[in-house]
Design a protein around this ligand. Sequence first.
Ligand SMILES: [Zn+2]
Length: 229
Amino acid sequence: MDDIPEKFTDTDDILGNKYNKFLVLDYDGWYSKGNPTNKRHYYKCLCDCGNPKTVQRGHLISGRSKNCGCGRLETLSKVGRTHGLTNTRIYHIHFDIKRRCYSENNHAYEYYGGRGIKVCDEWTNKENGFINFYNWSMKNGYSDDLTVDRIDSNGDYEPENCRWVDRQVQAENTRQAVKVNAIDTETGEEFSFPTIASCKRFTGADPKTMKRSNNGQRTRGKWRFKINL
Ligand SMILES: [Zn+2]
């Protein structure tokens, strides 16, 4: 799994960002495409139309490059047929899944990678792992209010064992055993924990914060909590 970054480097700060039609998938390197003295940071991007393209960092951020060249055609493509932010949400979900399973520094690692749970090759493949995951999602009922759920919670992240479900389904599957639910407000994903302590290890939030959030008060950070006594 050498394609999973151990930690972020400075150039990774824009991964997962959306600039016009480009979603930033990966850092490609510091190099020149013409004059050898004129090096730039390049990124592998996915255009809303489904075409991959390597784009200069500066051109992404300034908006000088807005799309792969497809701009005038509002194409009926498989990728990007819904609104643009779908791409970033799925990208973050895909990235989080890989980190849970392969990055020992990740809060959730002990519940996933640490228990031997893996992500299938089709979805981790360096060249088109994200695109495969994206296409699988679109064919299997993805929408922005659903989260990815493993049917067998001891099984891997792979097409046969995953489905997109709403939070009610996820909550019903786990309600009885659960003490605390943590909701990632960035992706809408909900995680369930048997104890406050295990929830704290996963989210980094302290029990006071969980209680405040449970009582409907605003709390810092992306997590919201529901405590079931
Ligand atoms: Zn395009």
